[in-house]
Design a protein around this ligand. Structure first.
Ligand code: DGJ
Length: 760
């Protein structure tokens, strides 16, 4: 896996190779990252020749005037010695100088992977991975930079981080400490990012890399829905199913930056880590600073191949505890059904309607505590509102349990309302700048998690709540971005990261104390959808936007970097509360089932038809849940100019698969599309069920849904289905009217294809 020979390092995974070596000067020259190669001694062919210096460069060494740092590729770069690209590390000394030069000192290779103190990180046993730690030293400053590389062969992922240790007798200030540097030899890449905002998270955007610097980042205090920390570089001809690409992610939930510095020597430096914006860290003599972990993967099998690597990695090496790779329950959440307006009987009525449908978990959302009847009060007051819940949490929980369902609860522990007992008692626990009126977000302020007393209080009070009834699930929400950042407990530039360390500490203590609870992370929907959260909380509320059409885009975007098991997806009422759009209940389910399924509507109001439909949906989902939460996911290029979406999930042993096909707006007079499956075994014979909710044209020519789900059926070998394809029944109307042999697809309609391998 990891080999070292004469100061040459080779990190192999099953399909990739990463190469670098120590130059005579002591710098680490990066040589290669990409598809697996055999290279051992031939690595010298990849070394950058420097017989004569390039014009107008700074010679690093007076003895060797041809050697300059600006034209080579490195593993780690400092500042001030002639490399004018963005650095991995930037420090300032008490005398205001800021030149650094990190040179090889020593290295170790060990089996397995050490934990990162205080931070979420990937993990693996000795037979999963190997770790190389290289210590670089700036002798003049007595400052060490320790680069850590862990290769996970089965997932083709390399985990990286940096640690800075101050051995000098002076205090040093870190201005930047990034996790990963990757210098690529050419710039012919398209950068792919996942951008958005509330209700429209993680939409894919592609643009070619250009000279200069491109930054994908967040400054909101969380990883944010504006720009997710997962990013990709793809070659121009790389598609979903073929071509070369690489991906980067961070195991971190705070301010982050992914920097792409394209030099005029046509090289790219990639840096990922904590956002240098508003960052600073005091390193006293003897102190060290550990960066968050960055992940790196490469695929020759297109973007789907890259996604599958990251998805498996998250399931196997990020998510921990009792819920790792364990099927998640189908839930009903009362938020869109009641908002703040509920009492015990109203909640129990929803639970009573849910139980016979097959729902397994009832989740009580916001509004159960303090005097919270709207979003202006009570955050921080984690005691029950006895006016609403006359028998306390225990009372409502017992009634839910007696229906044969589990009970779950919403909390928002990182917040404090101005109107709250907590704020009256501890006004200094709210994050704000002395002498300034704080700006509010959703009428609330942030609790100062950089203060250890706040963290202790939250652990205590939540432990009491979590023990007060038989809780199986907790939804952990965070409903604002940070402003007015200041804390007496944080030095200059330290607050954002100290906050994250405090938060991770709280989560570590609570998830350890309550290992059976399934935690779901949420931030006003998907404003903190990242691997740091997934390390503590195995699933994440993907978006507050539950509209099926919007969800196609949101879930598709999210799937590039995250597994289906991480994405919670709810069927809600129509007209939809976020968009006002009406979509068929079959499509709402057909979208939501590709992930962790829930319902979020007043089930007491369901029509008999919809009750029947939902019962069938839940039983179908339970039958295929393992596939839908943990299978290999494939996206297809969007057919017909974005007018349709298609994706597919395949069991790792290729014994079964499910494809979802979704029409956005229908068009008349279209021929049937050729659908080409993915991931099936060539030599397996598959039974294929086509599951549709049939439509017909009424007398006025309007497409209306009729009757129950219908199934068509055919049988074919995997090689035909994946290499040649198949044509579904005609879906589009024409002026010749209708026929029983067609399956009309109206606006927002969908079809499912279920593939089951015959026993051979
Ligand atoms: C935002 C979440 O995303 C919603 O699902 C809901 O829990 C509300 N907060 C409650 O305030």
């Amino acid at each position: 896996m990891i080999t070292d020979k004469n100061n040459f390092f080779k990190l192999d995974t099953n399909h990739t190779t990463y190469l670098f070596h120590v130059l005579e000067s002591g710098h680490l020259e990066h040589l290669y990252y990409g598809r697996k190669i055999r290279c051992m001694d031939e690595y010298r062919l990849l070394q950058e020749p420097h017989a004569i210096g390039m014009a107008y460069t700074v010679a690093h060494d007076q003895e060797d005037t041809a050697f300059c740092l600006d034209t080579l590729n490195f593993e780690a770069s400092g500042v001030g010695k002639g490399d004018f690209r963005e650095p991995l590390v930037d420090v300032v000394l008490p005398n205001a100088s800021f030149t650094t030069d990190f040179l090889y000192h020593s290295h170790t290779i060990t089996d397995g992977k050490p934990a990162l103190t205080g931070l979420p990180a990937s993990y693996g046993e000795a037979d999963d991975c190997q770790t190389l730690e290289i210590t670089l030293r700036d002798a003049a400053l007595q400052l060490d930079l320790i680069l850590s590389y862990t290769a996970f062969p089965a997932c083709d992922v390399i985990a990286r981080s940096s640690r800075i240790v101050n051995h000098s007798c002076d205090g040093i200030k870190l201005r930047r400490a990034m996790s990963l540097q990757l210098d690529l030899p050419d710039k012919d890449y398209t950068l792919v990012t996942f951008d958005g905002n509330w209700g429209r998270e993680r939409r894919r955007h592609d643009r070619p890399l250009e000279y200069g610097i491109s930054v994908n980042d967040s400054k909101t205090g969380n990883s944010s829905s504006r720009h997710n920390p997962f990013v990709m570089l793809r070659r121009e001809n790389c598609t979903e199913s073929s071509g070369d690409c690489m991906g980067f992610n961070l195991v971190y939930s705070g301010n982050h930056a992914e920097i792409f510095d394209v030099s005029t020597y046509d090289r790219v430096r990639v840096l990922t880590g904590i956002n240098p914006f508003a960052f600073g860290w005091e390193l006293k003599p003897g102190d060290s600073f550990q960066t968050p972990e960055a992940l790196l993967s490469f695929s020759t099998e297109g973007l789907n191949g890259l996604s599958r690597r990251f998805q498996r990695f998250a399931n196997d090496h990020i998510v921990r505890g009792e819920w790792k790779n364990r099927e998640r329950p189908v839930l009903i959440n009362n938020w869109e059904a009641t908002y703040f307006d509920f009492d015990e009987d109203k909640l129990v009525a929803i639970a009573e309607a849910a139980a016979p449908l097959g729902v397994e978990l009832f989740v009580l959302d916001d509004g159960w505590f303090g005097v919270r009847n709207d979003d202006t009060t009570s955050l921080g007051d984690w005691f029950v509102n006895m006016d609403k819940l006359t028998h306390g949490l225990h009372g409502v929980c017992q009634r839910v349990l007696s229906l044969g369902m589990q009970f779950g609860l919403w909390v928002e522990p990182e917040m404090i309302s101005e109107v709250s007992e907590l704020c009256r008692k501890h006004p200094d626990w709210a994050v704000r700048v002395p002498g300034r009126t704080p700006s509010l977000g959703r009428n609330q302020m942030i609790l100062d998690y950089s203060n250890p007393a706040v963290c202790d209080y939250i652990v205590d009070v939540l432990s009491q709540v979590f023990s007060s009834c038989q809780l199986s699930y907790v939804k952990w929400d965070m409903n604002r971005n940070m402003s007015d950042v200041y804390s007496a407990h944080s030095g200059e530039g330290e607050f954002y990261h100290r906050y994250m360390l405090g938060l991770y500490g709280v989560m570590e203590r609570l998830t350890t104390a309550f290992p059976h609870i399934l935690f779901e992370s949420c931030a006003g929907g998907g404003n903190r959808f990242d691997l740091g959260m997934l390390h503590y909380m195995p699933q994440n509320w993907t978006s507050d936007d539950t509209d099926a059409r919007e969800r196609l885009e949101i879930q598709r975007g999210t799937s590039y970097g995250y597994p289906l098991s991480a994405m919670t997806c709810h069927v809600s009422v129509c007209p939809n509360h976020q968009t006002g759009r009406t979509t068929p209940i079959s499509t709402r389910f057909n979208v939501a089932q590709f992930g962790v399924l829930g319902y979020e509507l007043d089930l007491t109001q369901l029509s008999p038809d919809h009750r029947k439909a939902v019962t069938e949906q839940i039983s179908f989902y339970k039958e295929h849940r393992k596939l839908l939460q943990f299978g290999d996911f494939y996206r297809f290029e969007r057919p017909e100019q974005e007018n349709a979406y298609c994706w597919m999930v395949v069991a790792p042993d290729q014994s079964e698969a499910l494809m979802g096909y979704y029409r956005v707006l229908t068009q008349p007079n279209r021929t049937s599309e050729l659908l080409i499956a993915a991931g099936l075994a060539d030599d397996k014979l598959y039974d294929v069920d086509v599951i549709v909710q049939p439509m017909h044209l009424d007398e006025g020519g309007q497409a209306v849904f009729c009757g129950n789900t219908e199934k068509d059926h055919f049988c074919a070998y995997g090689d035909i289905l994946t290499h040649a394809g198949f044509r579904p029944k005609q879906a589009s109307s024409s002026h010749y009217g209708n026929s029983d042999a067609m399956r009309l697809m109206g606006d927002f309609s969908s079809r499912l294809y279920y593939f089951k391998a015959k026993k051979q």
